[in-house]
Design a protein around this ligand. Structure first.
Ligand code: FAD
Ligand code: SF4
Length: 558
C-alpha cells in the first residue's frame, strides 16, 4: 500500500478539524469527519511504517524501543514502542501512524455487559442501543475472526491441555486478523495470515487489520491529510472561538507552531491525551480537576512459563519465516476464561501469546538473571526454536483493577502515581491462576524475567485506560457521554462543555474492562447514526460519535 502521510511542509495553518493521534480513536474520528466533508488534519507524533518495514532483527527492534522514566530517556522519539518506567507501575504503548494497532495482538473482545452497568459511566452510553451499534460499526471495519485453524497451533494445544487440568475449556478468541486473502472495508487488498507469530512487532504480511490498513486509508481517500512526526504540546482557545493547536516537530528542536481549527479531537491515547489536557490546563484552559484521575491498567500482565513438558512454539518465526513450514499462530489463538457470575471483579482471562521473532536472540539473555543459566546457554548455542525456549509458555492475562492510578505533570512530563498498585487484589488472583496453568503444562512460573533490570518488580501494562474519564458532570469526569470536554470556567454550569473540543480514545474509559480494550475504544468512537441516510454538513459528536445531519441535528442516540 502507498504511503498515507504527507510531507510536513504541506501542513496548512487552518483546518475544520484537527485530530491528534492516529490510533483507534483518531482513526475512527478522521474517517467520519472526512466523510462528512470536513477538512481534516491528523497529527501523529510517530512515524509511518509500511507493511514489510517492521523490525525483524533484534538490533532493529531494539532501535524501536524508547524507554523513559522521570529522570532518564533512551531511544528515539519516533520508536514504535513507548515504554514508561514508573515508580509504581510501568506502561507500554505503541507509537506510529496507526497507534497501538501497529504492535498489538489484535484480540478483539467485547466486555461483559456488567462492565457498562457500573454507575461510573454516564447512563446515556447504553441507552437506545447506541453501544450495540458502536460495536457493530467497529466490527464492520475491523472484521475480527477466530483463526479457523487455531486448534492446529501447538501453543493452543498446550493451553487447551493445561485448561483441562484446571477445569476450563479453551476458547479461540476473535482477533483483528485476515485469515484469507481479502479486500477490506477500506478497499485495501490484504494477504492471508501466515501464522508467523510476529503480530506484536508489526505485521509484515499485511494480514493484521490495523488502523493503518482500515480507518486511515479511508479517511485519506475522503480528503483527510495525515502528518507524522508532529507532536502536539497543548491547546488554547483564541478570542474568536477557534482552537489553537500548539505543535513541535517530534525530532530535533524545531520551533513551536500553531494550527487553528474549529474542532479538535484529542485521540493521543491514555498517556498522550491526558498529558495534553494537563498541559493545556496549566496554560489556562478550564477543565475538570478529574483530569489525570481514574487510571486503570485493565488488570493486565504478561507472564511466562519455563520448561514445559512438551514444545509450545510460542516464539514467532517472522516473515519471511526463519524456519520454513513452521506455524506459530497469530499472537493470540486461544484463551481460558475464568468467569464469576457473582463478582465481576474476580473474573480474568488468560491468553496464550507469542514473542515476536526479533526478540528471539535476546530471550536467553532475558532469562539469565532468573537462574536458568544452563537452559539459556544451551539455547544461545542451539537457537530458541529447538532448545528449552521451544517450551517457553508466553501468556497475556487481563482482569479488573480499581482504576486508582493518578497522572500529574512533573516538570512538564507525565508522571504516574499509584501507591500500592502491586497490591491490587487482581495481581494475586492472576498469579494463582497463571501458576496453576503453567504448572499444569509442566513448567515453572516466571512472573517477570526482567525483574533484575530497570523494570524491577512493579507491574506493567499494555492496556492503559482513563485519565480523561467520562462522567455526568465536571465534578466526576473530564468529558461527557458525547466525549465533549467539560468547561469549568467560573459561571458555567456543572454540565457545560467546551464547544468543539473532544477526547476520543482509551483515556475516556473510566474503569477496567476485563478484556483487551481495542474493540471497546473503537465502538465508543464509532458514529452511532451513520447507518441513517445522512449526507453531511455539520458533524456533531454523539455519545463519542459523529452525528452527521443534512439540515437538522439528529436526536442524540446515547
Ligand atoms: C504490545 C501490545 C499488545 C496489545 N494487544 C492488544 C490486543 O490484543 N487487544 C487489544 O484490545 N488491545 C491490545 N493492546 C492495547 C491497544 O493497542 C490499545 O488499547 C489501543 O491502541 C489504544 O487506542 P487509542 O486510540 O486509545 O490510542 P493509541 O492506539 O495508543 O493511539 C494514540 C496515538 O497518538 C499518538 N500520540 C500520543 N501523543 C501524541 C502527541 N502529543 N501528539 C501527536 N500524537 C500523539 C501516539 O503516538 C499514538 O500513535 C496492546 C498494546 C500493546 C502495546
Ligand atoms: S501471525 Fe504474522 S501474518 Fe498473521 S497477523 Fe500476526 S504478524 Fe501478521
Amino acid at each position: 500500500m502507498a504511503r498515507l502521510s504527507r510531507a510536513i511542509d504541506m501542513l496548512k495553518r487552518r483546518y475544520d478539524v484537527v485530530v491528534v493521534g492516529s490510533g483507534y480513536g483518531g482513526g475512527v474520528a478522521a474517517l467520519h469527519l472526512s466523510r462528512a466533508g470536513k477538512s481534516v488534519a491528523v497529527l501523529e507524533r510517530g512515524r509511518e511504517v509500511l507493511t514489510g518495514d517492521f523490525p525483524t532483527k533484534f538490533p532493529d527492534l531494539r532501535n524501536d524501543f524508547q524507554v523513559q522514566g522521570q529522570t532518564f530517556k533512551t531511544g528515539s522519539d519516533t520508536a514504535l514502542f513507548d515504554i514508561r518506567i514508573g515508580e509504581d507501575m510501568h506502561v507500554v504503548v505503541g507509537r506510529g501512524l496507526g497507534g497501538g494497532s501497529l504492535v498489538n495482538a489484535g484480540v478483539t473482545l467485547r466486555p461483559d455487559p456488567r462492565v457498562f452497568q457500573d454507575d461510573i459511566w454516564p447512563g446515556q452510553i447504553v441507552q437506545d442501543g447506541g453501544l450495540d451499534r458502536g460495536f457493530a460499526r467497529a466490527e464492520a471495519w475491523l472484521r475480527p475472526s477466530a483463526d479457523p485453524r487455531a486448534g492446529e497451533m501447538t501453543k493452543f494445544g498446550v493451553l487447551a491441555e493445561a485448561g483441562r487440568k484446571v477445569g476450563r475449556d479453551i476458547v479461540a478468541p476473535r482477533v483483528a486478523v485476515s485469515f484469507e486473502d481479502t479486500v477490506n472495508a477500506a478497499g485495501i487488498a490484504q494477504t492471508a495470515c501466515t501464522r508467523c507469530g510476529d503480530c506484536c512487532a508489526g505485521c509484515n504480511v499485511g494480514a493484521k487489520n490495523t488502523v493503518a490498513l482500515t480507518y486511515l486509508p479511508d479517511a485519506a481517500r475522503h480528503g483527510a491529510e495525515l502528518f507524522t512526526e508532529v507532536t502536539v504540546r497543548h491547546v488554547t482557545r483564541s478570542d474568536d472561538g477557534s482552537w489553537r493547536v500548539h505543535v513541535v516537530p517530534t525530532l530535533g528542536k524545531g520551533a513551536e507552531s500553531v494550527i487553528e481549527a474549529a474542532i479538535v479531537v484529542l485521540a493521543a491515547g491514555t498517556l498522550g491525551s491526558t498529558e495534553i489536557l494537563l498541559r493545556s490546563r496549566e496554560r489556562g484552559l478550564a477543565v475538570s480537576d478529574r483530569v489525570g484521575k481514574r487510571f486503570s491498567a485493565n488488570g493486565d500482565i504478561i507472564a511466562f512459563g519455563y520448561g514445559a513438558k512438551t514444545p509450545v512454539n510460542s516464539v514467532g518465526v517472522g516473515y519471511p519465516p526463519r524456519i520454513a513450514g513452521m506455524e506459530i499462530g497469530a499472537s493470540v489463538t486461544g484463551q481460558l476464561e475464568f468467569r464469576d457470575p457473582d463478582r465481576l471483579d474476580h473474573e480474568l482471562t488468560i491468553q496464550e501469546g507469542a514473542v515476536p521473532s526479533a526478540v528471539a536472540p535476546a530471550l536467553p539473555v532475558m532469562f539469565l538473571p532468573n537462574g536458568r543459566l544452563l537452559g539459556a546457554l544451551q539455547s544461545l548455542v542451539s537457537g530458541v526454536y529447538k532448545g528449552p525456549f521451544a517450551s517457553l509458555q508466553t501468556y497475556f492475562a487481563v482482569s479488573h483493577d480499581t482504576a486508582s492510578g493518578v497522572f500529574r505533570l512533573d516538570e512538564d512530563r507525565l508522571a504516574l502515581a499509584w501507591a500500592g498498585a502491586s497490591d491490587e487484589p487482581c495481581y494475586q488472583r492472576l498469579d494463582n491462576a497463571l501458576r496453576a496453568v503453567v504448572e499444569s503444562a509442566g513448567g515453572d512460573y516466571v512472573k517477570n524475567p526482567l525483574a533484575g533490570t530497570v523494570m524491577g518488580h512493579q507491574p506493567a501494562t499494555a492496556h492503559p485506560l482513563g485519565g480523561c474519564a467520562m462522567g455526568r458532570e465536571a465534578a466526576d469526569g473530564v468529558v461527557n457521554h458525547k466525549s465533549e470536554v467539560f468547561d469549568t470556567a467560573a459561571g458555567r454550569g456543572a454540565g457545560a462543555v467546551h464547544d468543539g473540543l473532544y477526547v476520543i480514545d482509551g483515556s475516556i474509559i473510566p474503569r477496567s474492562l476485563g478484556v483487551n480494550p481495542l474493540f471497546t475504544i473503537s465502538a465508543l468512537s464509532e458514529p452511532v447514526t451513520s447507518d441513517r441516510q445522512v449526507k453531511s454538513v455539520r458533524p456533531e459528536f454523539t455519545g463519542l460519535a459523529v452525528t452527521v445531519t443534512v439540515s437538522v441535528t439528529l436526536p442524540h442516540s446515547w
